[in-house]
Design a binder for this molecule. Structure first.
Ligand code: ADP
Length: 496
């Protein structure tokens, strides 16, 4: 039987802390593979062993495959968890782990490869009969030819890097006059960020919601879905607030989405945690991409589903399971996550660095804080500016919004500026509260970040308070009806 006594973490910050916590509870020792900049961090203090794998710039440490492998081997680790970002979706890294007899906590390298290339992923998905955003995914990459294809797709068009991720390498083209420059610059960005100039085109859906399904494959080939998340609140294609379940979704569409996600995971012979991302516009939904890793926003799923996805990943990598039955997996209540960035919300979100002073996380029922910094730590300019995530759970969405507002209002972080005022303004916006927001939300209402003394709607604040008092049980009863119809969930509600 496979075992892991010691697991290396090829990551940093709050996700490294998250993995260390899971390992401690499972009786597994941890080795943190860290850069020179990350010695004064919470993950460094919590891990059992630490190995410095290189200088602060990511390509010399966190993105260096050989340095991570050698670091893990030198500390006698038997497995590597890649977290998210960095090498988490790098098939070459997963292969290098296998070659050195290190268990890679994640999908098989072939699966990472298949879904990592957005073009091959779209082709697979179309083959199993699920709609993808219409566009051009052909081999001819001549800019002039791509412009002709843009005309066929019809403006607005989005140009994307085949190997893309993290919102990079994407350009929206609103008309022919912009096409040449946009395609050329998407190609340049794609080469710089992902080492490949290959791009593809999609119709730009201008009033869509971002809905994604958490799926999981155990080592025996069982595929589960853990319902959906909504991540429509995005800035420059990067998620800011996420929730589970979706804020407002037709029951029938939900059922179709969940089924489609399971079908896609099955087609890819999926193992481990994964996320199938869709854009939903009007009554249609389209596959966008599959992320073959743990997602930043996994806590909202953990809160409503009552599962631990990191432990499930580790168990699966050890061939333990089955972990659940689909019928056991049922959602309860509503969860919201806000990403806390060290940045100045009044200056269009420019990063804020420096030593962190006092921090206070206001604990309470249904509140979770995933953070990677403590008082006295340094926020450096080398890495993503997300320093923490605040997650809340409550019985209904309105209550969860109200709880998040209170939690953020009472959170204190000295030393660096944070986006908390910006998050509060979003939470108090009528379109967010109604659940009708699309991916255009931030562009439409907060294009330049936050203005000083931006007015808040007192009506909304009063509405939130009174709806919390009245219980707001409507959302749950509609879900209950839907679940009773679902083929996967007989007896679900009689268990609660
Ligand atoms: P990445 O892998 O870089 O995160 P995605 O393909 O997941 O990129 O897209 C990120 C976000 O970009 C989506 O959530 C959505 O807001 C926007 N987006 C991507 N494709 C489209 C499209 N065809 N139409 C409208 N918005 C899109």
């Amino acid at each position: 039987m496979k075992t892991i006594d010691c697991l290396a973490i090829a990551n940093r910050g709050e996700v490294a802390v998250r993995i260390i916590q899971a390992c401690k509870e499972m009786g597994i020792e941890t080795v943190l593979l860290h850069s020179e900049a990350d010695e004064k961090t919470l993950a460094y203090r919590l891990c059992d062993k630490a190995v410095c794998i290189g200088p602060s710039p990511v390509n010399q440490s966190y993105l260096n495959i050989e340095a991570n492998i050698q670091g893990a081997l030198s500390a006698d680790a038997e497995a590597i968890h890649p977290g998210f970002g960095f090498l988490s979706e790098n098939a070459e890294f997963a292969r290098a782990c296998e070659k050195h007899r290190l268990i890679f906590v994640g999908p098989r390298p072939e699966t990472i490869e298949l879904f990592g290339d957005k073009i091959s992923a779209k082709k697979l998905v179309e083959k199993v009969g699920i709609k993808t955003v219409p566009g051009y995914q052909g081999e001819n990459q001549e800019t002039e030819y791509l412009i002709e294809e843009c005309e066929k797709v019809g403006y607005p068009v989005i140009v994307k890097a085949a190997a893309g991720g993290g919102g990079r390498g994407m350009k929206i083209v609103r008309g022919k006059s912009e096409a040449f420059e946009a395609i050329e610059s998407a190609k340049r960005e794609a080469v710089a960020a992902f080492g490949s100039p290959i791009v593809f085109l999609e119709k730009y859906l201008d009033h869509a919601k971002h809905i994604e399904v958490q799926i999981f494959g155990d080592h025996m080939g069982n595929i589960y879905h853990l319902y959906e998340r909504e991540c429509s609140v995005q800035r420059r294609h990067q998620k800011v607030i996420e929730e589970s379940l979706a804020a407002k979704i037709d029951d029938q569409i939900r059922e179709q989405l969940l089924e489609a996600a399971v079908k896609i995971a099955r087609a890819g012979n999926y193992r481990g945690a994964g996320t199938v991302e869709f854009l939903q516009q009007d009554d249609d939904f389209y596959f966008m991409e599959m992320n073959t890793r743990l997602q930043v926003e996994h806590p909202v799923t953990e809160m409503v589903m009552g599962v631990d996805l990191v432990k499930a990943q580790i168990q699966t990598s050890l061939d333990r399971g089955p972990l659940w039955t689909q019928g056991d997996l049922f959602p309860r209540g509503h969860s919201i996550e806000c990403r806390i960035y060290a940045e100045d919300p009044y200056q269009a979100g420019i990063p804020s660095t420096g030593q962190v002073g006092g921090i206070y996380w206001p604990q309470g029922p249904g509140r979770r804080f995933d953070f990677g910094i403590e008082s006295g730590d340094e926020v450096t300019p080398y890495y993503d500016s997300m320093i923490a995530k605040v997650i809340v759970w409550d019985e209904t969405r309105i209550r969860a919004i109200q709880k998040m507002r209170k939690t953020l209002q009472d959170t204190v972080i000295f030393g660096v500026k944070t986006n908390i005022p910006y998050l509060l303004a979003i939470l108090e916006h009528s379109e967010f509260v109604s659940g009708e927001m699309t991916t255009q939300f931030i562009n439409k209402y907060f294009p330049q970040g936050l203005k000083l003394n931006q007015e808040v709607s007192l009506d909304i604040i009063e509405k939130l308070k009174s709806e919390v008092m009245s219980g707001g049980s409507v959302e749950e009863s509609s879900l209950k009806n839907q679940l009773q119809k679902s083929p996967w969930s007989q007896n679900v509600w009689s268990r609660t």
